[in-house]
Design a protein around this ligand. Structure first.
Ligand code: DGJ
Length: 731
């Protein structure tokens, strides 16, 4: 029987000492389409009895009771699926929780105590308390089920009242189980300029671990999300898929273990690497949130669930609008002054974007930031470069009628800086070994409250002195190297965790004081992309790689978990072999920006960009706030197509790309999705170069939604690196 598991009838195992045993109690955590069912076994421990499509008849929950699961040899399995399995029990596979108690005992048994439910924004929160019967240690499991979006968010609290600290060697956020004939994992590997690369493999007996040990810039080599195909490899538009992501801006670990009888357990959490955590009496260890959805219609529907959930309940200003911008990093790098910036602000206005964003290189006096070797940490404007300070830049922006945003990297320091000279003990660095530098810089010790104040002050000072600064790009270019916290000297096992908590303390303070200031999360490209950080950031920078061909893959990868609104994409001069149109069309699928000098655009290209920006602004209800359908995957061939439909189905836009098609390759029509089949839509090619006539065969025609979804449009060609954008307008 699918997904139904035995709970050992344990007359032989000592029953818990808890007086009010609730044997048989069922806890149902439901969204509109999915049920997660937990049950108190007759040993008073808590088990997962079901996770899958919503059960229609409440009475069936009772049938999940005690069903025996045959092992491969026909014997009855002697264990159930413990909801939060612990070290030292009869399970023998990877636990969620590993505790060594203060007397050295390495076993923990958790028994059900009680549970409660309460409504929260968008869903129902269920809290379940579990307790050891021999040690005063308890775990509370939290689940928030977002009904409409079919998303469940789960995390755990660990606390004890032992006299001395206990040691935590594993502290997962949650544990989920599946019983299917096969499991296929889609993972997202990454590196600088190679973010969110998707690959798939079958999970066989044993463990597959995806983790990072980078500390900060933690998602540089792999991102904190995954997909599992539960009835074959993950497909876009059909099949059952688990999609999960961890909200943690530090080391994370996903363990996928297929056991001796072919069950899969999924264990998401902080990576305990170099982090055996000494938990003091009454201290609460709260794990990060694990967010997941089960889709029964492929990854596409799973993504739409997550996009809706993120915009409504997670992403900072998820339902607000976004500003288009002109950034100067790819254009000037460190080479600018006040006059050049004032000119660029005028260019921003001329281009038609909302804001000018000043990047790296504006600070440092004793050690001016003229390249990436010096100045980081000294957040004072370089006087001889920008004599009027930020105030003059804000004024120039006002004069040009654009907003002004600014780049910071406040968690980091160059050793060549006044900050490092004054506070060498604020830096994560080994006291007795040679120092290893990544991009010539070091990471500040964010576990130190004084450092937190300093980092908070970077934003607070800028905004106090210049309340008109409208935006921050917050960068993070180095992993933690030389792992040693001078602040937490005798608690090195907590360094990685306390560092991330320190970052959140700062971000919380910033958000409390400046709730309306949008911020971009950047990490040498897209090495920070998790939903905890995104509570404080309106968007993240997906990659320094803005070659449109590569970007199609990168954006395809990130879009699995994040709405377009959270993904910043800029038009730059990367891959000049491609047209400005192609580059802009690709960036238009996300939060659109530019990072190019107008000198690099001829008159037609400039006119094209101005028009494309206006089109993007008009289409925001579809691209930023609508429903996304990934129609043709670049991973499947030489074309790609993505469609966005406004929520009321009155507008839509289709982006179609030709990558490297073969000679006279057969071209498939693209069938649209998500339209109202009874309504008529005008289809019109937009984002055309001036004077270029449309080559779109159906340009200007009117079709029913039914036709468009069943027959489709001829939007592909065999010309390499070209694109077509088609606007759909309901009549
Ligand atoms: C890395 C970022 O990804 C770039 O966009 C740019 O801001 C540089 N850092 C500046 O040093």
């Amino acid at each position: 029987m699918k997904r139904v598991f035995s709970i050992l009838s344990v007359s032989t195992i000592a029953m818990t000492a808890f007086a009010h045993s609730q044997v048989g109690k069922v806890i149902r955590i439901s969204t509109d389409n999915t049920d997660l069912v937990l049950k108190v076994g007759d040993n008073n421990r808590l088990y997962q009895t079901y996770l899958g499509p919503k059960l229609l008849d409440e009475n069936d929950l009772a049938n999940l009771d005690w069903a025996q699961h045959a092992g491969s040899d026909g014997s009855v399995s002697k264990r159930g699926w413990e909801a939060y399995s612990t070290s030292g029990n009869e399970d023998f596979f990877e636990p969620a929780l590993g505790v060594t108690h203060s007397d050295g005992n390495a076993t923990t048994y958790l028994y059900y105590v009680d549970s409660s439910e309460m409504p929260v924004d968008g869903g129902i929160q269920t809290d379940i308390r579990l307790k050891d019967d021999k040690y005063p240690l308890e775990v509370t499991l939290h689940y928030v089920a977002y009904q409409k979006e079919n998303v469940i968010k789960t995390w755990s609290d660990i606390r004890h009242e032992e006299k001395f600290p206990v040691t935590l060697s594993a502290y997962a956020s949650a544990m989920l189980y599946f019983n299917e004939p096969s499991y296929y994992l889609t993972e997202f590997s990454s590196d600088w300029a190679k973010e969110a690369q998707m690959s798939s493999q079958q999970l066989q007996f044993g463990k597959k671990v995806i983790d990072t040990k980078l500390g900060s810039r933690a998602a540089m080599h792999t991102h904190p999300f995954f997909e599992i195909g539960l009835d074959g490899p993950v497909k876009e538009q059909s099949g059952e898929v688990l999609m999960g992501t961890l909200g943690w801006t530090g080391n994370f670990r996903f363990t996928f273990e297929v056991d001796n009888v072919g069950n899969l357990r999924v264990i998401p959490g902080i990576n305990p690497y170099a982090s055996t955590y000494e938990l003091k009496s009454n201290e609460v260890f709260t794990t990060p949130e694990f967010i997941f959805t089960l889709s029964y219609d492929g990854a596409g529907q799973g993504s739409r669930n997550l996009h809706d959930w993120a915009r409504k309940y997670s992403l900072k200003d998820g339902e607000g609008s976004r500003m288009t911008l002109l950034n100067n990093w790819e254009n000037t790098a460190f080479d600018f002054n006040q006059d050049i910036l004032a000119e660029l602000m005028k260019e921003a206005k001329h281009l038609g974007v909302d804001m000018f964003l000043l990047d790296d290189g504006w600070f440092g006096n004793k050690y001016p930031r003229k390249d990436d070797h010096a100045g980081l940490g000294d957040w004072e404007v370089t006087h001889d470069k920008l004599p009027g300070g930020i105030a003059a830049l804000v004024k120039s922006a006002n004069d040009a009628d654009v907003k002004f945003g600014i780049w910071i990297e406040p968690e980091m320091v160059n050793p060549k800086s006044e900050l490092y000279e004054k506070h060498p003990d604020w830096v994560i660095e080994q006291p007795n070994r040679d120092t290893y530098y990544y991009r010539n810089q070091l990471v500040l010790d964010m576990s130190n409250p004084k450092v937190q104040d300093y980092v908070y002050g970077v934003v607070d000072n800028i905004l106090t002195e210049n309340p008109d600064v409208a935006y921050f790009k917050w960068d993070c270019n180095s992993p933690i190297t030389n792992i040693y916290s001078p602040y937490n000297k005798d608690k090195q096992g907590q360094m990685y965790i306390d560092h991330v908590r320190g970052i959140y303390n700062v971000l919380r303070r910033i958000k409390d004081k400046y709730p309306d200031v949008p911020m971009m999360l950047c990490s040498g490209g897209g090495a920070r992309c998790d939903y905890e950080a995104l509570k404080y950031f309106t968007e993240f920078w997906c990659s320094d790689n803005t070659d449109p061909v590569e970007r199609i893959y990168i954006q395809w990868g990130f879009s699995q978990f994040f709405p377009a609104k959270a993904m910043a994409a800029h038009v730059t001069s990367w891959n000049k072999n491609t047209s400005v149109k192609f580059r802009t069309d690709v960036a238009s699928m996300c939060k659109l920006g530019f990072d190019i000098g107008l000198q690099d655009l001829n008159a037609d290209e400039l006119a094209y960009c101005q028009q494309a920006i206006a089109n993007w602004k008009r289409l925001q209800p579809a691209i930023m706030d609508g429903v996304q359908y990934r129609l043709v995957s670049p991973y499947d061939g030489n074309h790609a197509a993505v469609e966005y439909v406004g929520e009321s189905k009155n507008m839509g836009v289709l982006f179609a790309y030709n990558l490297s098609p073969r000679f006279q390759e057969k071209l498939q029509r693209v069938k649209l999705k998500g339209l109202d089949q009874t309504r008529k839509y005008m289809v019109k090619e937009i984002n055309l170069m001036p004077e270029a006539g449309s080559t779109f065969a159906q340009d200007g025609k009117i079709f029913s939604g039914d036709y468009l979804m069943k027959i489709g449009l001829d939007v592909f060609s065999n010309t390499h690196n070209t694109s077509m954008v088609v606007e759909l307008t309901a009549q």
